[in-house]
Design a protein around this ligand. Structure first.
Ligand code: XMP
Length: 514
């Protein structure tokens, strides 16, 4: 069934599962994450060349913990078990896993580890290194046929291997950066044990994806809501390349975008022959938002209005066969997170409209991670400023002007934000900061400019480093850069006389102010 060799990542609920999958793909091998509950017959139909059991928060000896069909071990496919996955393998194959009796057997954090380099997993790697541990259980007895292939000061069986059957278990996390040579170990599993050829490349993927879109769409019509964010832009480029003449992209310019953003998006797509509709809806949005200061109401109004505008445009296009969406893999992977509290309602532009007439949804980026989407965008010839664009919330600058909105405030913020971004780029800091922007507060304060008194707005600068946007740290921007930004904004942007820098991490704050 696969165009590429395929590795299966079986998900037991660990926090690094997506990271494991990304690592495998970085090694040039295609993989997907599937829940551990997937029936064995279904897994077999995927014809994987290898399987990786992820970590997980449970203890294998509890009956309620996730288990696998023991048949999986007779199938003849190599398996690498990580942390919980390692203990699960040991437990299922007749070993014994218990709660660590004393603290010395419980291991967390960076641990000096010694490897047997005769084992295929560690082939060609240093015999000593730091590994990242995070487990409270202990393998009291390893199953028959397994050798101990790595140890630490406290633990004789940090890694186990049955080389004949191609079964490997590691109690640490090779996928995280804290584990020295961890990726090389995953690579060894793939290439030395599973016989990977490394046939997953973005150039290849682009070709296959274009062919697949052409086949699926045939001579049908495709409609896409283009927000100008990375995902919808790459999705648009892919579709344009595949079926340009049959594609309509509706780009709703709600007037809440950053400086020049609308023109940049339009410009980037001018090279494709497709139906590109830019709707100037600024007035409409501002009218609806007039006098609204509650952030959740802003989100709701923008989300609803967006759908309405999109529907109106879609009606003009008439019946379409496919509605395209830029969904990416992290949105697709079933995650074990239960009922997390709703902190913000994250209305995404591009939500599903109710009244658009279409037969099927098409999601050509469904299996790609964010960095792969960017790579694909480059392959498709999108400009770097679009491909590397930092995340921008659907409601745009509406949630960065605190309190009620006016066009004047939005323009002020746009100018200040553009200066901040320009100076960050000039200082070469843009690659290391994951999101940075300006916020126009609704606080006014007294200042002095020339010989006169001012009573103007305070602007806040926000810049964070984060890997998942669930937690974030404030970026340590050098004082000189902050100084340059501050001097320029106060001098160049009327209406602002004070600049503050937000030094709160998330939690307890959030990244956006609203
Ligand atoms: P917070 O402020 O919740 O932001 O820490 C986390 C990430 O989500 C983005 N964000 C949004 N994205 N619609 C979106 O599409 C929204 O309503 C929204 N609110 C926040 C935010 O920019 C950050 O990347």
């Amino acid at each position: 069934m696969n165009d590429h060799q395929f590795v299966l990542v079986l998900d037991f609920g660990g926090q690094y599962n997506q990271l494991i999958a990304r690592r495998v793909r970085e090694c040039g091998v295609y993989c997907e994450v599937k829940p551990y509950t997937t029936p064995l017959a279904e897994l077999k139909a995927m014809e994987p060349i290898g399987i990786i059991f992820t970590g997980g928060p449970n203890s294998v000896y509890l009956e309620t913990s996730p288990h696998v069909d023991p048949e999986i071990f007779s199938w003849g496919v190599p398996i690498l078990g990580i942390c919980y996955g390692c203990q699960l393998m040991a437990h299922t194959l007749g070993g014994e896993v218990t709660a660590a009796q004393d603290d010395s057997a419980r291991e967390y954090g960076k641990t000096a580890t010694y490897y047997d380099t005769a084992c295929r997993l560690f082939k060609g790697l240093p015999a000593e290194g730091v590994s990242w541990m995070s487990h409270g259980d202990y393998m009291a007895r390893v199953p028959e046929g397994f050798a101990l292939v790595a140890h630490s000061a406290n633990c004789p069986n940090v890694a186990i291997a049955d080389e004949k059957r191609g079964f490997y278990g590691v109690q640490y996390h090779p996928e995280v950066n804290h584990t020295e040579n961890g990726i090389a170990m995953i690579r060894n599993f793939l290439y030395e044990v599973c016989g990977a050829r490394g046939d997953w490349s973005m150039e290849d993927y682009k070709r296959t994806a274009i062919a697949a879109v052409r086949e699926k769409v045939g001579d049908g019509k495709v409609l896409l809501a283009l927000s100008g964010g990375v995902d919808s832009s790459v999705c648009a480029a892919l579709l344009a390349e595949a079926v340009g003449g049959q594609l309509t992209c509706v780009f709703v310019d709600h007037g809440l975008m950053r400086k020049n953003e609308g023109d940049e998006v339009e410009q980037a797509f001018s090279k494709w022959a497709m139906n590109f509709v830019r709707v100037d809806a600024e007035e409409r949005f501002l009218e609806k938002l007039s006098g609204v200061d509650d952030p959740e109401r802003k989100r709701k109004i923008i989300g609803e209005e967006f759908i309405r505008v999109f529907e109106e445009e879609a009606k003009k296009v008439g019946a379409v066969d496919f509605l395209a969406q830029g969904t990416i893999y992290p949105d697709v992977i079933e995650s074990g997170t239960g009922d997390a509290a709703v902190i913000k309602s994250h209305h995404n532009v591009g939500g599903l409209p109710d009244y658009v007439d279409f037969k099927e949804i098409i999601e050509p980026l469904r299996l790609l991670f964010k960095d792969e989407v960017r790579q694909l965008g480059r392959e498709l010839g999108l400009p770097e400023y679009l491909v590397m664009r930092q995340p921008f919330p659907g409601p745009g600058l509406a949630i960065r002007v605190i309190g009620d909105l006016t066009k004047e405030k939005l323009d002020t913020l746009r100018d200040a934000d553009a200066i901040f971004r320009e100076e960050i780029a000039n200082a070469g800091l843009d690659g290391g900061i994951n999101q940075y922007f300006a916020v126009l507060t609704n606080t006014r304060s007294v200042g002095v400019m020339g010989d006169g008194r001012t009573y103007d707005y305070t602007l806040a600068l926000r810049a964070v480093t984060t890997s998942d946007f669930m937690t974030a740290d404030w970026a340590r921007i050098p004082y000189e850069v902050l100084d340059r930004v501050s001097v320029r904004i106060v001098n160049e942007v009327p209406g602002i006389n004070r600049i503050v820098y937000d030094v709160t991490s998330k939690p307890p704050a959030t990244i956006e102010w609203e």
